[in-house]
Design a protein around this ligand. Structure first.
Ligand code: 5GP
Length: 131
């Protein structure tokens, strides 16, 4: 089982932002920017493009709703979307609030947010998602 499946099952804690029957959104533990969120498929599939066409379409629509909540909670120029999957072999989308191109540079130093800041960040996105 992947670390993300353990997170989805609640066996490992996460800062949850949103959820439906097929997808789970939570804060990246090493954020590029405040509000950096991962959208994960509950079905455990390694490679993003091995998801079915239907799953991919539904995942993007769910990510769109999460992105709107991120943008509302953390005003930014755009919310960027990226798929890497080089570290965790469980299909997921990165959503990153962007002020500039460099905010999406995965090689840059990550933000260090306290547990309280992470909790508040997740709650802000979660509240916006529920509206
Ligand atoms: P990727 O697989 O897309 O290359 O990178 C995986 C991402 O998941 C990284 O940005 C990393 O910080 C994040 N990540 C890895 N393990 C955990 C974890 O246990 N909890 C959370 N919230 N994020 C994680």
């Amino acid at each position: 089982m992947t670390i993300f499946s353990k997170i989805i099952r609640g066996e490992i804690p996460s800062y949850k932002c949103a959820e439906n029957d097929k997808f789970y959104a939570f804060l990246d533990i090493n954020p590029l920017a405040q509000g950096h969120t991962l959208v994960v498929s509950k079905r455990e599939v390694d490679y993003f493009f091995d998801l079915t066409d239907e799953e991919l379409a539904e995942m993007i629509v769910f990510a769109k709703q999460v992105a709107a909540a991120i943008k509302q909670a953390f005003p930014c120029r755009k919310v960027g979307m990226a798929v890497l999957g080089l570290e965790v072999n469980h299909a997921h989308i990165h959503l990153v609030p962007l002020q500039s191109e460099g905010d999406m540079d995965f090689r840059k130093d990550k933000l260090k947010l306290s547990p309280e800041q992470m909790q508040q960040t997740a709650e802000s996105i979660s509240r916006a998602f529920a509206q």
